[in-house]
Design a protein around this ligand. Structure first.
Ligand code: SF4
Ligand code: SF4
Length: 314
């Protein structure tokens, strides 16, 4: 293996969920641990709203760490004189008369945005800003390397902040353990957590689906990686179910100057492997999808370690 100065970050993306991104990521995790590569790789499941890479990589149990996100205002009823000064400054109408104690106000935690304007307006110091626990994150040992993953609590915000946090820990861990590669299973879509997953990435691999919406989703996510100037590669999953879609994706890639580096056939083995809780390359190495994943991994690995290399198999 060539020596590199710092861990390279690969982010695996798709314009929407269910394209096979996590199956690909799990296969990469397994392949990166094989003797031909023997990489002490670090993995990040950046889909903190619905993390599932751990279901396939099967980490050893590890203690959770608190994720403290934003702040919300809270009124101390013992200090509140019910002067009402805080009510008009709240642009979110979050400060309401307390129906249980008519002489004071309370703050609706769902409506509060945490702006702190009310705490400055309160003449008695009755309002304090309280940091909220919004999720948990884990550093876990898997048979293939170290996995950083997290879960955002239902209805909570700051998913992008949580992604940034676990990526920072993963990066530090990679530096300390001289791991040359960090593989990030990105969230679906193009929203805030996707931007966080992309930050600092050396290479993006987009999993596109050969469907009508797949072509549309591909264009949107390519706009995102292009905006952040991340070198981008594309693979097509379930390529044989809609050949016309493949033609369209090839055309989009040519138009945008992006390398299409592989096509993965529809293969029920992928589902069987998921049900068994294993990367498909472990479950059945000779399956058509496993062979496709292996070929794609070779190209991606080479590109990660040798930035600037291009492989276009379209
Ligand atoms: S912190 Fe801001 S949003 Fe929340 S109650 Fe106070 S003024 Fe309203
Ligand atoms: S400004 Fe302070 S004292 Fe006045 S109603 Fe609001 S919380 Fe109570």
């Amino acid at each position: 293996m060539k020596s590199i100065d710092r861990a390279r970050q690969l982010v695996i993306l798709s314009g929407k969920g269910g394209t096979g991104k996590t199956s690909l990521c799990a296969a990469f995790a397994h392949l990166s641990s094989q003797p031909a590569y023997a990489l002490p790789t670090v993995f990040v499941d950046a889909d903190v709203d619905a993390a599932n890479l751990s279901l396939v990589l099967k980490p050893e149990p590890s203690p959770p760490h608190e994720f403290l996100g934003g702040v919300l205002a809270e009124i101390n009823p013992d200090l509140c004189t019910a002067c009402g000064a805080c009510v008009p400054v709240c642009r979110y109408d979050a400060i309401l008369p307390d129906a249980r104690r008519e002489s004071v106000y309370w703050i609706d935690p769902i409506a509060c945005d945490g702006c702190a304007a009310c705490s400055y307006a309160c003449p008695t110091g009755a309002i304090r800003m309280v940091q909220q626990q919004e999720g948990l994150w884990y550093q876990s040992i898997t048979p293939f390397g170290t996995l950083f993953h997290a879960e955002l609590f239902p209805g909570r915000e700051n998913s992008g902040k949580l992604v940034t946090l676990i990526k920072q820990y993963a990066r530090l861990w990679a530096d300390d353990s001289h791991a040359p590669v960090v593989i990030i299973d990105g969230p679906p879509g193009i929203g805030c957590p996707v931007i966080s997953a992309c930050a600092g990435a050396d290479l993006a691999l987009i999993v596109a689906e050969s469907t009508l919406s797949g072509v549309h989703d591909l264009k949107r996510i390519v706009q995102t990686t292009t905006h952040f100037r991340i070198p981008t590669l594309v693979v097509i999953n379930k390529a044989d179910i809609y050949p016309e879609g493949v033609t369209q994706i090839q055309s989009v890639c040519r138009e945008l100057g992006i390398a299409l580096i592989g096509q993965i056939p529809f293969d029920r083995t992928v589902t069987d492997a998921m049900v068994a809780g294993e990367p498909v390359t472990v479950y059945r190495r000779e399956a058509p999808s496993s062979r496709a994943f292996s070929a794609i991994w070779e190209i991606v690995f080479d590109r990660l370690i040798t930035p600037g290399g291009t492989h276009d198999r379209s």
